[in-house]
Ligand binder design. Sequence first.
Ligand code: FAD
Ligand code: DHB
Length: 394
Amino acid sequence: MRTQVAIIGAGPAGLLLSHLLARAGIDSVVLERSSRDHVERRIRAGVLEHGTVALLRRLGLADRLDQEGMPHHGVELLFDGQGHRLDLTALAGRQITIYGQHELVKDLIRARFDTGAPLLFEAPVQQVVDPTGDQPVVHFQHEGRTHELRADVVAGCDGFHGVSRATIPSSILSVHRHDYPYAWLGVLAQAPPSAEELIYAYHQRGFALHSMRNPELTRLYLQVPPGTESADWPAERVWAELSTRLARDDPGWSLTRGPIVEQSVVDLRSVVAEPMRYGRLFLAGDAAHIVPATGAKGLNLAVADVLNLAAGLTRWYADGSETLLDAYSATCLERVWRVQHFSWWMTSMLHREPDQDPFTTGLQLSQLRYLTRSTAAATSFAENYAGLPLTSGG
Ligand code: FAD
Ligand code: DHB
């Protein structure tokens, strides 16, 4: 089997890359380890930046997103019992859209199948052979047999636990990592959202987040200790803790409850692997970097990477110039570090450390108050949160 670009992983990064390349007339094969059903049901991100939505529209991939996505013009910070709205549109001229990652993945898979281009599920890649040669070969399993896919280029879009990053020798790859002394318990509840916008709550018992998927489904998160077992959090405990942490002085407000239909624990970590290129192997998305979920940036960062990779490959196939491909890693990493800083900063401001000292609490509250009182501080938050401009090559 042969193609121009072998794409490992059918998450947002791999699928979107396949569409960007197809639009430039470049063939690709997408290989995904899991089943289509599994990939389409995996509940993860929910916030799309302004630039991500605009790109999907340009590619003609936003029909359902435009019908069902929920544009939000602001978010709320809740602390000391008071909510403070930050108006993203007024501050930064940009909004966010709430649309489940698995819904986006469904749209991208359907559009890929509509074109008839290859996308194989239950096709785990075992190794990438000769990534520094002219014809790297991807070995994968499918329907009980081992196959070889020869390509000009391999795009490693296989997430944090994939094989691509591990292909790069440790003498070449630097991995920078920061762990946090807390994790998130996420629940999806069959209940109408209790507010029109997202609520990021700072509370002495820990962080809480109120989000949503649609007018009938609320998405909620609680800061929990790392290593927490989801089974230790029966529904009654989840709702009691959420009600406490999201409580406000306004007596008219209450949290709407409903059956919990999904529940899981997510670790928070920051990871950057560099460089994001090794010969003809290019890493994109979670394969190269992880941000703590607080800033809602992981999916959007994956989109920024593949936009750059597609621009580089398009140029290379058009006129043989490697200029953009040579700049790929450095260009992506500039945005990656900006987003890492923002995500780390937002995470540190909103979470409670175990045995937190009063000095740290004082700093957190000072930062939160400053954000709600200073237009300059709020504008900086808004432009990062709603997303810095997305450009190929920047
Ligand atoms: P993935 O989505 O991880 O896709 C990688 C794919 O590769 C997977 O389908 C995997 O099965 C496949 N794969 C792995 N190994 C192999 C192999 N050997 N062979 C073939 N296929 C393989 N981000 C946001 O932007 N906004 C948010 O609001 C947000 N909230 C989040 C909330 C939670 C609870 C979590 C967990 C994450 C959140 N994120 C958010 C992060 C976001 O989900 C990820 O950053 C995003 O999924 C990255 O996309 P990706 O395509 O790079 O990787
Ligand atoms: C969601 C996840 C986030 O990490 C975040 O910051 C906001 C919303 C969500 O899943 O809806």
